[in-house]
Design a protein around this ligand. Structure first.
Ligand SMILES: *Cc1c(COP(=O)(O)O)cnc(C)c1O
Length: 355
């Protein structure tokens, strides 16, 4: 089979979505499935929808185009603040975008009016991650301005946590976001459809059954990528109860073997092979046709008994005592989020979905 390739188990993606969906539904919270790490792969997006995701979200217009071209016609949100230069394209492909810049929203409004449509805007509030968002003290006036902008419908507010800072949200932050939603509704005399309480990093709080249900407050949406795809909490790296962590596997083919040669002859004194190789193991050195161009190699976990020695743009060097490994055989790796994202967008890595 073609290698390198990433194999995706859609049953596990569906199961993870379904499991989170049923637990969050009990608290009045719906799931928006985030497809950016899989470049909007239509079969994976559909698995999220089949598992109960109410809508999808992506950070790039090309990924949205790919899902639309595959016939996915649910709500798809643009979760990265749109580029001003992209306003017309955003209006065409997405019903809703998350926004933080008044000038960009004005461009989107103009594009929507020109297309004789209305575009939904969710305002992102900065709540400590240090990435995107309107400062909380400016939210009400921004909301009022957007609410009165022809071509735009203000449909919600949201916040992002832990992406840049790595700091998990607190119950207090979610309560503040909830209160901000009510304040915006008062100021604008409107009802907000969406109060989006963050990403996978919010799940430990939103799923914690020891918190009274009321503490989720007005939050009725969470945008989930990593938790669905990998079954882990991005902040602690811990597995989320009841979810699969192995929906993705990366396969690479062995292209060279040096049987019994734990210490290769050092042809170039600059290469620190002596320090790289574990001396006590009489292992075989193998080269795999997989390199830095294909994925984030530091995000791969090799099978037990295979150790990573080094890599270049197109090669990965490993050592093992496994007697079955030979030229032409394959090694499979577990991937973290960053490795999935890079592998899914690499032109030479084939994606195979198994239903
Ligand atoms: C990437 C992203 C998400 C999804 O994050 P996960 O940690 O994968 O759940 C949600 N919201 C925004 C704004 C994002 O950029």
């Amino acid at each position: 089979m073609t290698a390198p390739r990433i194999e995706v188990d859609l049953k596990k993606i569906r199961h993870n979505t379904r499991s989170l969906h049923s637990r969050l539904k009990a608290r009045g919270i719906g799931i928006t499935g985030v497809t950016k790490a899989v470049c909007g792969h239509p079969a994976i997006a559909k698995a999220m929808l089949d598992g109960g995701a109410a809508a999808l979200a992506d950070a790039r217009a090309v990924n949205v185009d790919r899902m639309r071209a595959a016939g996915i016609n649910c709500q798809i949100y643009m979760i990265r603040t749109p580029m001003q230069s992209q306003a017309a394209q955003i209006v065409q492909t997405c019903n809703t975008s998350y926004n933080t810049q008044m000038g960009v929203i004005a461009e989107i409004a103009a594009a929507a009016l020109q297309a004789q449509s209305a575009h939904n805007v969710i305002l992102m509030v900065e709540m400590g991650d240090g990435r995107e968002g309107i400062m909380p003290d400016q939210l009400n006036s921004a909301a009022l301005q957007v609410h009165h902008m022809p071509g735009i419908v203000l449909t919600g507010i949201g916040a992002n946590f832990a992406c840049l800072s790595g700091i998990a949200p607190t119950q207090c932050a979610l309560a503040r976001l909830s209160a901000m939603a009510s304040a915006v509704e008062d100021v604008c005399d409107t009802t907000l459809k969406t109060v989006s309480g963050g990403n996978s990093a919010s799940l430990p709080l939103l799923l914690d059954m020891s918190n009274p249900l009321s503490q989720a407050g007005r939050i009725n949406d969470v945008r989930l990528g990593e938790a669905i795809l990998l079954g882990v909490d991005p902040v602690s790296g811990r597995k989320i109860d009841g979810l699969f962590t192995d929906a993705f596997k990366l396969f690479a083919e062995v292209i060279e073997a040096k049987p019994g040669l734990a210490h290769p002859p050092i042809l170039d004194p600059v290469l620190p092979f002596e320090t790289l190789l574990p001396k006590h193991i009489a292992s075989t050195r193998f080269i795999l046709a997989l390199g830095q161009q294909d994925t984030d190699l530091s995000g791969l976990t090799p099978p037990r008994g295979v150790s990573f020695l080094g890599s270049t743009s197109d090669h990965m060097v490993v050592a093992t005592q496994d007697p079955t490994m030979r030229v032409g055989s394959e090694v499979s790796f577990q991937l973290n989020y960053s490795a999935i994202m890079r592998a899914m967008s690499a032109p030479d890595v084939l994606t195979v979905v198994n239903d």
